[in-house]
Ligand binder design. Structure first.
Ligand code: NI
Length: 249
């Protein structure tokens, strides 16, 4: 059940039997020559919506605008400061808690969201009774097995074939000559040092990764893969959500 397509009466009824809300969180940033700017949010949204149907819970509209400062030299990217993002989350949760929600499951699709989400989790655990869980859709074994089966090392770090495949399955397929050549391979040191999207200033990031891909061979994506990845991730998220909200975890 989508929150934005519900009436307040339906939400009030829901709160008599449940108190959880799934919130997809993404980004609005370049995703290479064939990846959609909304990729992270669109992936999190599609997975959360399917998971919410299985888990019979409410799902909020995705949060597109999040921190992605390193991609600002690519047109179309929108980035907000971490403190703005945290302020938005704080206001959202404070209002929802007043209404009776007390379990918030953030389904994440963008590495740079993790640090601010974690800070919000810590803040609310010290000043409210609500429970917060943060999972990225690639955290689950079933999803990772597919990512490595389909793409191996070419999954890379940004504009990954797996996220592009999911948006191909749900939205559209884009082609570009710029994507046919494999990107520069990343070293293990680079991957370690840049986890959680710790990238440099925008001009430097565009200079180092001129087509926007960071070690990811996006052109390996296929919509058929995307459908399988989406379904695997949604199944894992639904199970994780149910275990968490029923206290089995
Ligand atoms: Ni992404």
């Amino acid at each position: 059940m989508k929150l934005e397509l519900s009436t307040w009466l339906e939400v009030e009824d829901y709160l008599k039997r449940a108190s959880g809300l799934m919130i997809p969180v993404g980004s609005h940033e370049q995703h290479g020559p064939i990846g959609l700017i909304g990729t992270d949010a669109l992936c999190a949204q599609a997975i959360a919506e399917e998971a919410a149907r299985t888990a019979n819970c409410l799902v909020a509209p995705p949060i597109f605008y999040t921190p992605a400062p390193f991609n600002l030299a690519f047109p179309g990217t929108v980035s907000i400061r971490e403190e703005t993002f945290e302020a938005l989350l704080r206001d959202m949760l404070d209002g929802l808690i007043q209404q009776g929600f007390d379990h918030f499951y953030f389904l994440n699709g963008h590495g740079a969201n993790l640090a601010p989400l974690k800070r919000i989790e810590e803040e609310f655990s010290s000043r409210s009774n609500c429970a917060i869980r943060i999972r990225s859709w690639w955290d689950f074994d079933a999803v990772n097995a597919l990512r490595s089966e389909y793409y191996g090392d070419w999954e890379g770090m940004h504009a990954t074939p797996s996220e592009v495949a999911i948006t191909q399955a749900t939205h559209r397929v884009v082609e570009s000559d710029l994507a046919t050549t494999p990107p520069r391979k990343l070293t293990p040191e680079f991957i370690r040092d840049h986890a959680g999207d710790r990238h440099g200033p925008p001009e430097e990031h565009r200079r180092d990764f001129p087509d926007g891909r960071v070690g990811s061979h996006s052109a390996l994506a296929q919509p058929e893969h995307g459908a399988v990845l989406l379904h695997a991730a949604a199944g894992a998220v639904a199970m994780d959500y149910q275990d968490w909200t029923t206290g089995d975890d």
